[in-house]
Write a protein that binds this ligand. Structure first.
Ligand SMILES: [Fe+2]
Length: 195
């Protein structure tokens, strides 16, 4: 698996179609999480591909919310992304806005962790620290069960995602928290230019 894109080109494409800092933050967060998982899962040689797929997965959402994952192939192609990247991006909307099934391990992880990073981010913002650094799985599970909290983050997608990976919900949560911890400082630093 290989990407033709450099990170600089990917970031340029993302910010061409996304002006909302919240959307850029989400892309950078999922990028970091995917980089962490690439190494965790023994795909360290594919880290760049995993990361850039994470960075670009919602490229079409801000401008084309009604055509989410439908407009993405065109935008990604124009940016120079290959078919493998396009498949990965489209598969994260499987069952909701896309019929491209997550097949590769990276696609299953992107599907499972995307909504969960939203939930973790929202939970982190409620904490006195405003951070994931001191967040534990037990407190995240409470937020997960509270359906009114961050209601936009689909619990069903997160549950299906863990199931597709053959992981428990706790495992998925623990790993994703660790991934977000590793990248939090770098993402916050990079976000300064967009705020
Ligand atoms: Fe997303």
């Amino acid at each position: 698996m290989n990407t033709k894109l450099t990170r600089e080109e990917a970031l340029k494409a993302l910010t061409a179609y996304n002006k909302e800092p919240f959307h850029i933050l989400h892309g950078l967060t999922v990028e970091g999480v995917m980089r962490w998982f690439a190494k965790d899962q023994g795909f360290g040689d594919e880290e760049e591909f995993w990361g850039l797929a994470g960075l670009l997965h919602d490229i079409d959402f801000e401008m084309y919310p009604e055509e989410h994952c439908k407009k993405a192939p065109e935008l990604l192609k124009a940016a120079g992304a290959g078919e493998d990247m396009i498949h990965a991006v489209c598969s994260h909307g499987y069952g909701l806005v896309s019929d491209v099934k997550p097949e590769h391990q990276m696609e299953k992880i992107l599907y499972a962790s995307d909504e969960l990073t939203g939930l973790i981010g929202a939970a982190a913002r409620m904490r006195p620290s405003g951070s994931v650094m001191d967040m534990e799985v037990s407190s995240l599970k409470k937020k997960f069960k509270d359906k009114r909290f961050a209601a936009g983050c689909s619990r069903d997608v997160i549950k299906n995602g863990a199931e597709q990976l053959g992981w428990t919900l706790e495992e998925l949560m623990e790993k994703t928290i660790l991934a977000m911890r590793e990248w939090e400082a770098a993402v916050n630093e990079e976000m300064k230019q967009y705020l």
